[in-house]
Design a protein around this ligand. Structure first.
Ligand SMILES: NC(=O)c1ccc[n+]([C@@H]2O[C@H](COP(=O)([O-])OP(=O)(O)OC[C@H]3O[C@@H](n4cnc5c(N)ncnc54)[C@H](O)[C@@H]3O)[C@@H](O)[C@H]2O)c1
Length: 364
């Protein structure tokens, strides 16, 4: 995962647009941005954060999720976007969230959803006898197509004859670019294999396209081992033998589901991070996998590690692998030292975990 770099990084100020969002998104983003600033200082990285109040409160006041011109400004004026989480019970249809998050994913064509599945400490894994070496792979979820495009309709709504249609969109361009990206990532990151997962035995048209494109693309990457698994078999294999996986590539919906399963294997949503990237344009958005968890908002109990690890992905994208690795190591050492929130069996508050991670980072 890399941005296209027009200038040497030393000469560039990295500008980050920060959208804390709703609920616990606010708390974890504050902590993650504190850690980001500590990492930037430790590694002498010129970073500027600009905060945006896009979210439920603004939407309820103004009726607008993403204002006119915001998409263009986020695209042109910033090196990366950082998002906390969106979701508020006062907006049950998530209208603002769709406008902001799906608006950014679709509007910036962030077709790669990159989700690392890495066990930072054995104590976090609910599977028996699994070591950190057993769980270290990456899932690439197609991020702009499938059922998420919202094509469909309802006929005879509210009657006994009601018909609901939801289309699953798969384009050759969309399927090919995510599969190719998975192979390119494997090759450039020393990963040995790529597994493509679909449901081609049932989705005879849409996922037949995935099959055909996969067969074509894999011919160009003979140095990378590759095979196919139906998504039901994939979920079984992830539980049974996660060590076999290096890179998994799949469609939007299966990626959504499979990565929540994977998040539990790494310690839960409190430690699962993600990046949304267009490697061709360099647009990128980083976020924890979790949502706004409204029932925990404002209590200081949310685990900020997923948000901090999203900042790690952001540093790697900005070509500061050293800072990214140091953040991961600081999070790992905080876990080993029991400096964690209650979801991981500890008693620290959100901001205290941030302090624990920042202390370990500053001393690196
Ligand atoms: N990308 C996003 O912004 C995003 C993603 C998922 C859900 N959502 C939205 O968030 C709202 C709440 O959704 P949900 O409850 O289904 O999912 P959620 O991820 O917000 O929370 C589910 C559960 O996971 C646990 N959890 C999540 N994050 C945690 C953290 N940082 N620390 C400790 N525990 C954590 C909690 O037990 C929580 O009840 C909804 O409005 C939903 O639409 C937004």
């Amino acid at each position: 995962m890399r941005r296209g770099t027009p200038q040497p990084k030393e000469e560039r100020l990295a500008r980050i647009a920060v959208i804390p969002g709703d609920g616990i998104g606010n708390e974890v983003t504050e902590v993650a941005m504190h850690v980001t600033e500590v990492a930037a200082a430790a590694f002498d990285i010129d970073l500027e954060l600009e905060w945006f109040d896009y979210g439920a409160d603004t939407y309820l006041k103004t009726g607008v999720g993403l204002p006119d011109g915001a998409l263009e400004s986020l695209r042109d004026d910033f090196d990366a976007i950082y998002l906390g989480a969106l979701g508020d019970p006062r907006i049950p249809d998530m209208a603002h969230g769709k406008e902001i998050l799906l608006g950014l994913r679709f509007g910036l064509d962030l077709f790669v959803n990159h989700r690392p599945v890495k066990l930072l400490d054995e104590s976090l894994c609910p599977l028996k006898n699994r070591t950190v070496e057993d769980l270290d792979f990456v899932v690439f979820r197609e991020n702009t197509e499938g059922a998420y495009v919202g094509v469909g309709g309802i006929f005879k709504q509210g009657t006994a004859d009601e018909v609901a249609l939801q289309e699953d969109i798969n384009t050759r361009k969309g399927v090919e670019r995510i599969i190719r990206y998975a192979f390119e990532y494997a090759r450039s990151h020393g990963r040995k294999s790529v597994v493509m997962s679909d449901k081609s035995n049932v989705l005879r048209y849409g996922h037949d396209l995935w099959q055909r494109v996969f067969e074509e693309v894999r011919q160009e990457y003979e140095d990378i081992e590759s095979w196919h698994l139906l998504v039901d078999a994939l979920t079984m294999q992830i539980i049974k033998n996660p060590a076999q996986f290096d890179v998994i590539v799949t469609c939007n919906m299966f990626g959504d589901i499979v990565t929540d399963l994977c998040a539990q294997l790494q310690g839960g949503l409190g430690v699962a991070s993600s990046a949304n990237v267009n490697p061709h344009t360099g647009a990128a958005l980083f976020e924890p996998v979790h949502g706004s968890a409204p029932k925990y908002a404002g209590q200081g109990v949310a685990n900020p590690m997923a948000a901090i690890l999203a900042a790690q992905l952001m540093f790697e994208f900005l070509e500061h692998d050293d800072a990214g690795a140091a953040i991961e190591d600081a999070v790992r050492r905080s876990i080993v030292d029991g400096q964690v929130t209650r979801d991981l069996g500890g008693s620290l508050k959100t901001d205290e975990v941030g302090i624990a991670v920042a202390e370990r980072l500053a001393g690196c």
